[in-house]
Each structure stands twice: as structure tokens, then as C-alpha cells.
Design a protein around this ligand. Structure first.
Ligand SMILES: Nc1ncnc2c1ncn2[C@@H]1O[C@H](COP(=O)(O)OP(=O)(O)O)[C@@H](O)[C@H]1O
Ligand SMILES: [Mg+2]
Length: 293
């Protein structure tokens, strides 16, 4: 659905470009995690996906529409919804429900239809109880969900989220990550800029940017195996992933694309020497252990 070719961009024409020839194709339904050190160009890159920025060289197209074509920009922005890093910059309404009604209101939809869209979207994100609240009185996690709701109400096919768990407590973070996973399961393409690799356990693909280029692009298991590169770039590999890598070095046949303790348990049980053990990951993330003696 997204095709980026040889994209070059710089904020000042006189300076060194910030994006140095990016090639990337994203298919409908993928969950792509975009990682990379601070200043590597992640935010600048995703702003190209809904024509907030346009390439100096190369091209960006969404479902075949070129972002440099002004006539296609409204449709591109409808298809690619952007949740910015700072939710405050995105929330404009006096109340949560007014904020959500803003986008559909711009499309001049009939009031009853807007009402229904607002109610449905609030319910979907578990925000119904907050409809009348004043946005600046919400918690960080709630604000983030309201910002996501404001984008989701426009029914995008692709959701771009720029560090959506920044400044959230563990509960808020799990809630936001759960919603992202659910939306992707429903078929929405996800591009998730993540600072913390523990946030991207649900991604189907990881793209690593450095210095305005794509350094690595592949399956999570393969990218997380590049411990040395990740370390050089100061991208901390989650401890559980590191544990799996070390077990593998010791001759255990465990997968290394492991990001959660539950997955690690399943891997370790399956490869226990001597006694045959087995564990299954149940719905909801619980682990069921079965030992055959
Ligand atoms: N509005 C801007 N004007 C000028 N330079 C910018 C602007 N936004 C970002 N930059 C520069 O572009 C580079 C990439 O920044 P950014 O895309 O924000 O990276 P990331 O999101 O990976 O941290 C940095 O060197 C940053 O200073
Ligand atoms: Mg950024």
C-alpha cells in the first residue's frame, strides 16, 4: 500500500540531507516497527507518508497515489492516519467527544452520523466514560488513546504512530499496545515508531533506520539477532531476547526472536534437555506447561 523509492529529504537545502535515499514497500495488513537512534530520521520519514512533507528527490506513493500530487493529498491523508509523538498537539476539541467529531465534521457528514461515529469509536477504545471530559484533565495514556481515536474515526487503512507509548506508565502502555495489536488484527496496516524494543513484540517486520537510511529490514527474529549492531546504535535489546541469544550460544535450540517472558517459557520448555517438556501459549498470553516424563 505504501511505496517509497530513493527518498531524499533535507529541511535546509544547504545542509546535508536528513533522509538519504530510502527504499521501502509496505503491504496492506503489515505491522512494521520502525526503530533507530534519535535523529536517525524516523519522524521526518513518516511525515512523508501522508504528504506532510514531500520528497526533494525520489517518490512516495500510497495505493498508487503520488504524495506530490496536490489533488491526491486529501485521499492520501484519509488512508494514512498519523498519531503524532505529542498527543497535545493533536487534540483540538474542548471535550473528548468534540475532539473526535472534528474530523467527520470537516467532511460535513450529517450530525446523526457523526454522533454514531463518535460513540462507536469511543466504545471501541474503551473511552465511552470520558466523552464529556476536558482533554487536558486526562492521564497521559487516556490522551494518547483520544489522539488515536481522533485518527481512527476517519477509518484509515494505515495507522502511523510516532512513539505512542512515550511517557506512559506500564498500564497505559499495555493498553495502547493492545489497541494497536487489535487494530492490526482487524486488517489495518500499522507503522509503529518505537523507542523501546519491548514495545514491538507484535510487529511482523522491523525496519532499522540510521543516518537517514534503512540499515536493516526484515523479520523480527532476524533483526533482533543483530545484537552487535543494535548495541552499537544504543538500541537496548530486551533482557529476555538477550537471554535467548545466550542460551542459543550454549547450544540450546531456542528461537531468538523472543520478546516476552511467556514466549521464552515456551521456547525453554520445548528444548529442555533430558526430560521432554512442552508448553503452549494460550489465548491471552498465559502459558500452559505439559511435561512428559
Ligand atoms: N523541523 C525541523 N527543522 C530542521 N531540522 C529538523 C527538523 N525536524 C528534525 N530535524 C533534524 O532532522 C534530523 C532527523 O530528525 P527526526 O526525523 O526527528 O529523527 P528521529 O525521529 O529519528 O529522532 C535531526 O538531525 C533533526 O535535528
Ligand atoms: Mg522522532
Amino acid at each position: 500500500m505504501i511505496e517509497v523509492k530513493r527518498l531524499v529529504y533535507g529541511y535546509q537545502a544547504s545542509e546535508k540531507p536528513v533522509l538519504n535515499g530510502i527504499d521501502l514497500t509496505v503491504r496492506q495488513g503489515e505491522y512494521v516497527a520502525l526503530i533507530g537512534p534519535n535523529g536517525s530520521g524516523k519522524t521526518t520519514f513518516v511525515k512523508h507518508l501522508n504528504a506532510l512533507l514531500v520528497p526533494l528527490e525520489g517518490s512516495v506513493s500510497v495505493d498508487g497515489m503520488d504524495t506530490r500530487n496536490p489533488r491526491d493529498v486529501p485521499e492520501i491523508r484519509r488512508r494514512v492516519g498519523m498519531v503524532f509523538q505529542d498527543p497535545d498537539s493533536q487534540i483540538v476539541g474542548m471535550t473528548v467527544e468534540e475532539d473526535l467529531a472534528f474530523g467527520p465534521g470537516n467532511l460535513r457528514l450529517p450530525p446523526q452520523q457523526i454522533r454514531r461515529l463518535v460513540d462507536d469509536t469511543l466504545a471501541k477504545l474503551g473511552l465511552s466514560g470520558l466523552a464529556k471530559r476536558i482533554p487536558h484533565t486526562l492521564s497521559g495514556g487516556e490522551k494518547r488513546l483520544v489522539a488515536i481515536a481522533g485518527v481512527l474515526i476517519m477509518k484509515p487503512r494505515c495507522l502511523v504512530l510516532d512513539e505512542p507509548t512515550a511517557y506512559l506508565d506500564p498500564a497505559g502502555r499495555q493498553r495502547v499496545l493492545g489497541i494497536i495489536r487489535e487494530l492490526n488484527n482487524e486488517g489495518i496496516t500499522v507503522l509503529h515508531i518505537a523507542h523501546d524494543l519491548q514495545d514491538i513484540a507484535d510487529a511482523s517486520r522491523i525496519v532499522l533506520m540510521n543516518g537517514g537510511t534503512v540499515l536493516l529490514d526484515g523479520a523480527p527474529g532476524d533483526i533482533l539477532n543483530e545484537g552487535e549492531i543494535l548495541e552499537t546504535l544504543n538500541l537496548a535489546v530486551p533482557p529476555i531476547t538477550e537471554l535467548m541469544r545466550r542460551l542459543r550460544e550454549q547450544g540450546w535450540s531456542v528461537a531468538t526472536n523472543v520478546l516476552t517472558v511467556q514466549e521464552a517459557l515456551v521456547e525453554i520448555m520445548a528444548s529442555l534437555p533430558g526430560k521432554k517438556g512442552e508448553a503452549h501459549l494460550c489465548a491471552g498470553g498465559a502459558v500452559e506447561a505439559v511435561s512428559h516424563v
